[in-house]
Design a protein around this ligand. Sequence first.
Ligand SMILES: [Zn+2]
Length: 175
Amino acid sequence: MKFKFNKDSILNIKEMLSDMETEICGSISYFDGELFFLDDPTADSTSKFCQIKNENIRLESETMRFHTHVFKCYPSIQDIESTLKRGRILDVILTKWGVWLMSVPSRAPVILKQPEKLVAVYDKYSYPLYLSSKEKLISLKDINSFITKITWIVNNSIQIKFKNWEMLEADEFLL
Ligand SMILES: [Zn+2]
């Protein structure tokens, strides 16, 4: 799928992210060749973590959703498991480093034979990201090995991409 995010929508969400203390989440809508972030009014923004993690909330778009991370600049293990489980077209995570795009091409839920292997790989390769999050550094090398190893352990059933904010604002890209 070829698409681009609407520039104003990116600026708006980026601004919200800069002074946010709680996570927000919502759906992504597609209009006239562009994608827009839609704040979910049903989400509980009073708790630290966005209630989109409560799978009972039904979003307008079941196939494209986003949420923000306040501290963690990379996907959590629950985020990855959730994307695999739901087989969504697109899961977007907005962080201070940039934006993570995760998708399951099959759209069908992916059942892992040995889920503990994913957890072990995640723990090992997210640790450098955890350290650099704390120091507010960004290492594209660590990000790339995280993506490569997670994708490998789930037999390519998930696609993960990382874009810095400038890349997201640039032209269209394939997912
Ligand atoms: Zn998350």
